[in-house]
Design a protein around this ligand. Structure first.
Ligand code: AGP
Length: 614
């Protein structure tokens, strides 16, 4: 959604804040701003547009401030504009916010009735106004701040500073992610780790209801609604500090023009990083995740909930677990799962899949499942994220920071984790014989090589992308475990090129979508050799007969000669593992189509990397 940053210490605060915002720009980029301690006042600069636009309005040279806040916005309430950009301030109080204040209308009406004048259409502005209102009633700033925050309903990660508490900045977390970086006598806070990786690897992941009071050389952590006893104020708590294994370079482009392209080409490495720990004995992952043999043998159903690309990974996982372990798997879109009448058997296994570990709907689904008594496992890419801290156990993907808004390397890392889990469950339940398990793990060990071969289709894919500019829409078809790949390919194209696309089960195309087919609707067909090849080939002929252009992704190009208009070759592998290689050309097709259309493929319009609000 949005990205917030804060700093206090000996460096030039404005430079640190702008650098941090640049590394968070994937979280939102319709407006940006900074607030900084400027002598006895608070300086604020903010503008509609990107971080570059913010940089252009800053004083040059930058004021020598040692404390400040920053914000890059993905608009929820109030259109992108200078006035709606954060920070929002009044009465010497400045606030930046990620999240949604659900009771802001009621608070705003009350404050207006009390004579407050608002300068924006945002929900955020009620925060400084509410604090200022309590100060008008005689409360000192910090008490007014706490009182105001406890009135807020909804999700918020806040950065607050005030002329009434000079030499301090405040970080508050409730429902939206916020991490605090520990430097030498300096402190950073941000919505996401990459913002300040160049400065520190020591981070504390804040919990809901916590406030960090940060001054140069001191970090105090408290629970907002706690009380240490009469006249003692809030109870302090000791921050848990985690050393992050990521390097700053991992969060940089390292010579690529786009993060998305870098992350597509990182997949041979990131898939192996995710599997390395378990490849020699996938069974070890089960006890490591607290999944006991008794649980597995008693397991009647596996529930998975996720959003977007992670949902497509979940669908691949369904095919893998049902195929290898013969356990029924129910996959749900998290925003549907959380509001339905959940029929979850007690002691069932619930899996959330989330790259960020902060997706609001996925977190809510995980919490609902836990309430129903399910054992919760999250497959997550961010150490210390909310999902990883709240689940009963975590299976980390090791894809490193994924900066491109369109998820690519996280997807293949997720299906790597799911395939290993399927093998482990299958062997443990006596459904997967050792030889078959060995065949699959042997192929997984070769996967980096197979992915390299799939990536070699890049130039061909780029040429094909260049011929799609008159496509008014595209259809992606796949069968079986590659139906989710058709869905994922369509999603990638939509979110990167802004061309409408739809993923469909190839066998279902005759039940409606075939009416759409004409020469301006190219059809991408994922057609690996195997038990469904002939059926899928029939679908290609049906599409061709109606004048569409067919682009086939296959490990058997010779068999498609004269059938498909274009073939993109990928290497052969075990049928359960074919999604790994088949998704690569579809990621690259979306990337090149987006670039050819002049889109910012790392920061597509209207999107944000992590949807931390409902
Ligand atoms: C995928 O390219 C999108 N960026 C989006 O669908 C994403 O997969 C979804 O928002 C889920 O995010 P998560 O994995 O961080 O929960």
């Amino acid at each position: 959604m949005c990205g917030i940053v804060g700093y206090i210490g000996g460096r030039s605060a404005l430079q640190v804040l702008v650098d941090g915002l640049r590394r968070l720009e994937y979280r939102g980029y319709d407006s940006a701003g900074v607030a900084y301690a400027n002598g006895g006042a608070i300086g604020i600069h903010k503008t509609r547009g990107r971080i570059d636009d913010l940089q252009n309005i800053l004083p040059n040279p930058m004021p020598e401030a040692k404390a400040g806040l920053g914000h890059t916005r993905w608009a929820t309430h109030g259109a992108p504009s200078d006035r709606n950009a954060h920070p929002h301030s009044t009465g010497g109080i400045a606030v930046v916010h990620n999240g949604i204040i659900e009771n802001y209308q009621q608070l705003k009406s009350r404050l207006i009735a009390e004579g407050h004048e608002f300068a924006s259409d945002t929900d955020t502005e009620v925060i400084p106004q509410l604090i200022s209102g309590y100060m008008r009633q005689g409360m000192p700033f910090e008490a007014a701040m706490r009182r105001a925050i406890l009135e807020l309903k909804g999700s918020y990660a806040l950065g607050i500073m005030s002329v009434w508490s000079p030499g301090k900045v405040f970080a508050v977390r409730n429902g939206s992610p916020l991490v605090v970086g520990f430097g030498q006598g300096e402190y950073f806070f941000a919505s996401d780790i990459p913002a300040f990786l160049p400065y520190t690897k020591k981070f504390s992941f804040m919990e809901d209801g916590q406030i960090f009071i940060l001054s140069a050389g001191e970090a105090m952590l408290e629970y907002l609604d706690s009380d240490a006893g009469p006249g003692k104020g809030p109870a302090q708590t000791v921050p848990k500090i985690v050393e992050i294994g990521w390097t700053a370079e991992m969060a940089e482009k390292e010579g690529y023009d786009y993060f998305m392209l870098k992350e597509i080409y990182e997949q041979p490495k990131t898939v192996m990083e995710t599997m390395r720990e378990w490849l020699d004995n996938p069974l070890d992952m089960l006890p490591a995740m607290g999944i006991t043999t008794r649980m597995i043998l008693g397991l009647r159903r596996l529930h998975i909930a996720a959003c977007g690309t992670s949902y497509h990974a979940a669908l691949v996982g369904k095919y893998a677990v049902e195929g290898l372990a013969h356990i029924p798997v129910e996959v749900e879109i998290a925003s549907e799962f959380r509001y339905k009448n959940l029929l979850i058997e007690k002691n069932s296994l619930f899996v959330s899949i989330t790259q960020s570990g902060e997706t609001a709907d996925t977190l809510a689904a995980q919490r609902e499942a836990a309430k129903k008594g399910a054992y919760t496992l999250t497959i997550c890419n961010v150490v210390g994220s909310t999902a990883s801290r709240e689940a009963d156990s975590v299976l980390y993907t090791r894809a490193g920071p994924e900066i491109g808004v369109a998820s690519t390397k996280a997807f293949t890392a997720q299906i790597a984790a799911l395939c290993l889990l399927a093998v482990a469950l299958g062997v443990r339940r006596g459904r997967l014989i050792a030889d078959e398990a060995e065949t699959i793990t042997a192929q997984l060990k070769k996967m980096p090589l197979l992915l390299e071969k799939a990536l070699a289709s890049g130039p061909r894919v780029k040429d094909i992308a260049a011929t799609l500019d008159d496509a008014r829409s595209m259809l992606y078809l796949g069968r079986g475990i590659n139906y989710p790949i058709a869905l994922e390919g369509a999603l990638k194209l939509k979110e990167i090129s802004y061309v409408h696309a739809e993923g469909y089960p190839a066998g279902e195309m005759k039940h409606g979508p075939i009416a759409l087919i004409d020469k301006r609707m190219p059809v991408v067909v994922v057609i690996p050799m195997g038990s469904l090849f002939e059926k899928t080939l029939s679908n290609i002929e049906e599409v061709k007969a109606r004048g569409a252009r067919v682009i086939a992704v296959t490990d058997e190009p010779a068999s498609l000669h004269g059938k498909a208009d274009e073939t993109i070759s990928v290497p052969s592998t075990h049928p359960v593992l074919s999604p790994f290689v088949n998704v690569i050309p579809l990621q690259m097709l979306a990337f090149h189509a987006g670039v050819l259309r002049g889109n910012d493929v790392d920061k597509p319009r209207n999107l944000a990397k992590s949807v931390t609000v409902e």
